[in-house]
Design a protein around this ligand. Sequence first.
Ligand code: SF4
Ligand code: SF4
Length: 393
Amino acid sequence: MALLDDLDRCVMCGLCLPHCPTYQLTLNEAESPRGRLELLRRALTQPSSLSQTAVAHIDTCLGCRRCESMCPSNVPYSRILDAGRTALTESGQRTASLAVRLIEKASHDNDAMRRLVNAMHAGRRLGSRRWLSALPIDGSPALAELADILTTTGMASNLITRPHTESRDKVQLFLGCLDRHWNHQTLQNAISVLEACDLDVLIPRQQVCCGAISQHEGKSEEANKRARQNRAVFDAAQPVIAVSTGCASQLHEHLGAHASDLLSLIRTHLGRLEPVALNATVAVHVPCSQRNVLGEERISETLLQHIPGIRTVRLDENLGCCGAAGTHFLREPNTANRLREDLVEQIVREQPDRIVSANLGCALHLRAGLHKRGLDIPIEHPITLLAQCVRQR
Ligand code: SF4
Ligand code: SF4
């Protein structure tokens, strides 16, 4: 099996250990990349031989891929992790709570996701934290936390683009299964800035979820199915861009180089934007997908520094990982909350005026942490600040 050859590339040097957020948190070898690779070897060859404790060590992995970007032997850790989780899921060794199953199922069906979002809004109005937390299902406290902080929804079908012309270059906007419901204003802001860059924005209607949530859940075939559907929908001759870096990473790896993230595309047109000044200290959260998969660690700062008056501060506690990590915050709320808490402490110390994160999952998870501490600092996508300063001209 090719994956076993990939596993053999690990020379057990341990250089990845200081870069792994869960190892840094626990100092437990089984919570490190090297330790997990040994468990994944057994998951791939004899999944039923793994104890539930061993499966839990695989579950607590954030899939952040920090280890992969640091490994001198180029061990393709995420490919091994995905295959190991798929083997465990298919063998029934790895199961998911009702909350996780709900989110994963809804990611395949826009109407179901809209119903889930509406139910969470209704829950919020009815004091969701009290009753949703009390439901006897794993993951319900994390869902209650999410319902508490949801503030905006909108319909992706209501996004406004200007009329297209033959002469302007085109970009295709990926909406995402969560962004289209929870990040509607950010999508509209992205359209404004892209149009200010003199690009026309196309929104293919038949597009589907990128498949990242299924991938996290060890459902590789579901994820591949979404990739095939999107390949048929998006024109390979034109750029495809995603607003959230989690989706952008998944699309980049499954659709090809023409699929990428919004911010790197904007950078290539930055000279066309002349934003007005904004005097603010902005704390920049760098999502793991942005740093470790897209290789764009500094992109948010580069763009924000194009706005006169902005001072940026990097959020770097726990190597920047907030713990959201796909469905990780629902599966492993304790680890997710410990990772987030250190970042929240840094925010308390820095006292920024605003916070940016280019991935919706991270932004929601951080917002929930701030809300818990009674902190009312806006956390937005970097494009929102850019749109605000470009629009005022
Ligand atoms: S995964 Fe890479 S960095 Fe980590 S122990 Fe193995 S060879 Fe070393
Ligand atoms: S993916 Fe992240 S959490 Fe998982 S082993 Fe690698 S560095 Fe650690």
